[in-house]
Write a protein that binds this ligand. Structure first.
Ligand code: ATP
Ligand code: MG
Length: 659
């Protein structure tokens, strides 16, 4: 490989995007966020965050906003005490909003439940009393392994109310994944359900708990919600039905206040790049930033909005933007139990029309799936209530962004592309609706109070128009407080790469455009090196998705004798595209030429393969490392966090048949 000066150090800046969508005057006039907030936060960050924390109810005020003397371990709102559940539930009732709907819960089979804030207070109180009756005390850990049921939210809030640290494990994970997470946290209780609905059918859930708990000595009790009514094995003395234990508890409970740094939860990362990390979040700073970002990025008006975040509570998005942020802000929200195509591919749009959803927050993987299903499906529903759309989880390809705004947002709504991680706890980089002129595909600007930079190998900030590594150069309130039980891994993973500067290394590549806006370019581990040019997977994928036949693309660098790495692309076609024709040599050549035209000849894929599916984590992120194994004819690596393990077989056999 030829060594060309500078090119080994930063990412080549390839794709450009000239479309912008400034806010309308009407939206700007009513927006929660203002341009002045950026200046205000830059002038005095501590004062800015103190003001945001002031939106919460504190039992004891803090003495110090930030203690960073023991970096990289931060303390925020030192000396302050508060109760998270009181902030998310009781104070709204006390303020006279007990009759406001907190949750419109929509079950997959079509059943539902409407829960007001007053009812939520009673349910959380009952649950807290039940957990206390089991002998659990503040500081104990509780595993929650539940589908998207109201009880999952009651359980999380009851833990928060009692100072129990919850560890939510996604209900699609295996017994072994559950076991290792229970063990790592030494949880005493696991809360689960008999079964869960998956694509219209009840599937067992408790069986995985039985299997896991047989090998987790820390577990004393298993609390079981009856959801599907399927048969379960029962271990007397260990297993308890939720309806037996919780329903008859007193429906009042007086919460105690906890230290701002009391551990609120442990949550494992998605495992896109390797073994999941048990991320620890605490109380005051976390709630401050989730509430603040939810208020400003989504422009929520608790009196009138109906908000819907489609994430699962097993992911951080579900923690921060279904449970803590929205409920701290006292909004009305939709919580949906099921999959987007049960019983039909318009289910989400049907739900939006039914409840008059005004704010919708989802992931690029789903947006691209909707593109694949075709725009005729959303066109059949009344989506006129929507006023803000959000995206999170992966870089959103500009074309998917445009599709989302046009077909879901009626060409009218702002779209906020929110960059953050399990580790950051809350949104860090995002446009502000009403303030930012949005650029499709770019997360654009660190929020007021947040600081991020794009730096080169040495940690020097790169120039406008250049790419490099995304770092966070200032601590933030909802930052992780460590990896549970593994201080060394915490220091190594996030703080060793730019130790001299003291920057948090996010693990993502990014670039500044000519205006200084930030574009996320995918994982640093995924960056390709073609003839000495460092090329981002995201840019090539976005170029492919901008072709009218392509719904989704995943790109990897495979070892190449002449260029170092060659670009190999896997694409999924859009709905309505004639599959056989699109797989033909002419069509593939047209796609390769399209990439060359969009971003330059250097980015032209060596090989393009049409596939029916892509390997994704359970949280919907593309796992490029597995595709790299395919492209390099290797044994496929660890697939334990893969959503559907048959996908890799589909891809491998499809390719063998096609070659
Ligand atoms: P692991 O760290 O175990 O590999 P993970 O990084 O997928 O898993 P999460 O914390 O769920 O776990 O995901 C955070 C990552 O998701 C970010 O680091 C980034 O790569 C990606 N991401 C999230 N939102 C965006 C966005 N708006 N634009 C680009 N990338 C995003
Ligand atoms: Mg990560």
């Amino acid at each position: 490989m030829t060594e060309q000066s500078g090119q080994g150090q930063t990412l080549d800046n390839l794709l450009t995007e000239s479309r912008t969508f400034p806010p309308t005057a009407e939206f700007a006039a009513q927006a929660n966020a203002t341009a002045a907030m950026y200046d205000q936060a830059a002038e005095d960050r501590a004062a800015f965050w103190a003001e945001q924390a002031g939106h919460l109810h504190w039992d004891t005020p803090w003495d110090q906003v930030l203690d960073w003397s023991n970096a990289p371990f931060s303390k925020w709102f030192v000396g302050g005490t508060l109760n998270v559940a009181h902030n998310c539930v009781d104070r709204h009732v006390e303020a006279g909003n007990g009759d406001r709907v907190a949750i419109h819960w929509e079950g997959e089979p079509g059943d539902g439940r409407t829960i007001t804030y007053a009812e939520l207070q009673r349910e959380v109180s009952r649950t807290a009393n039940a957990l206390t009756s089991l002998g659990l005390v503040a500081g104990d850990r509780v595993a929650i392994y539940l589908p998207m049921l109201p009880e999952a939210i009651f359980a999380m809030l009851a833990c928060a109310r009692l100072g129990l640290t919850h560890s939510v494990v996604f209900g699609g994970f295996s017994a072994e994944a559950l076991r290792s997470r229970i063990d790592d946290a030494q949880a005493k209780l696991v809360i689960t359900a008999d079964g869960q609905y998956r694509r219209g059918k009840p599937a067992p859930l408790k069986t995985a708990v039985d299997e896991a708990v047989a090998r987790t000595p820390s577990i004393e009790k298993v609390l079981v919600v009856r959801r599907t009514g399927i048969d379960v094995d029962w271990s007397d003395g260990r297993d308890l039905w939720w309806h037996d234990l919780v329903d008859d508890q007193p429906d009042t409970h007086t919460p105690a206040a906890f230290d701002a740094e009391h551990p609120l939860f442990i949550l494992y990362t998605s495992g896109t790049t390797g073994k999941p990390k048990g991320i620890l979040h605490t109380t005051g700073g976390y709630l401050t930033q989730t509430a603040y970002t939810h208020r400003t990025v989504f422009d929520v008006k608790p009196e009138s909005d109906v908000y819907w975040c489609t994430a699962d509570i097993g992911w951080v998005t579900g923690h921060s933007y279904i449970v803590y942020g929205p409920l701290a802000n006292g909004v009305t929200q939709v919580v949906y139990e099921g999959t987007p195509n049960t019983p039909h591919e318009g289910r989400h749009w049907e739900i939006i029309a039914k409840y008059g959803v005004t704010i919708y927050y989802t992931a690029p993987t789903l947006i691209r799936t909707f593109m694949k299903w075709g725009k005729d499906i959303p066109a059949k529903f009344d989506l006129s209530s929507l006023r803000v759309l959000g995206s999170v989880g992966e870089p959103i390809n500009p074309e998917a962004w445009i599709w989302y705004r046009e077909n879901i947002g009626s060409n009218r709504t702002p779209v906020v592309d929110t960059w953050w991680q399990t580790e950051t706890g809350a949104i860090m980089i995002s446009p502000l609706p009403g303030v930012t002129a949005a650029k499709p595909g770019s997360a654009q600007t660190p929020l007021p109070g947040i600081s991020a930079k794009v730096v080169d190998d040495q940690g020097n900030e790169v120039a406008k128009g250049s790419g490099g590594y995304l770092v966070l150069d200032q601590p933030w309130p909802s930052m992780l407080r460590g990896i549970w039980g593994d201080e060394q891994r915490y220091r190594e993973t996030y703080w060793s790469r730019f130790a001299d500067q003291g920057y948090y290394f996010a693990g993502d590549g990014a670039k500044y455009d000519a205006d200084g806006d930030i574009w996320l370019l995918g994982r640093v581990d995924d960056v390709m090196n073609v003839s000495g040019h460092r090329i981002s997977t995201t840019e090539v994928e976005s170029a492919l998705v901008s072709h009218p036949t392509v719904a989704e693309a995943a790109v990897v660098g495979a070892t190449d004798a002449t260029t170092g790495q060659g670009i190999v692309a896997f694409v999924i076609l859009r709905g309505g595209v004639a599959q056989d024709e699109a797989k033909g040599a002419d069509a593939i050549k047209a796609l390769r030429d399209h990439v060359a035209k969009e971003i330059g000849p250097i980015a032209k894929p060596r090989q393009i393969m049409v596939v029916p599916e892509l390997p994704k984590t359970r949280s919907g992120k593309i796992m490029r490392r597995l595709l790299r194994d395919v492209a390099e004819n290797r044994e496929i690596g660890d697939v334990t966090t893969l959503a559907d393990s048959s996908v890799m077989d589909l891809i491998s056999t499809g390719l063998k048949a096609g070659s």
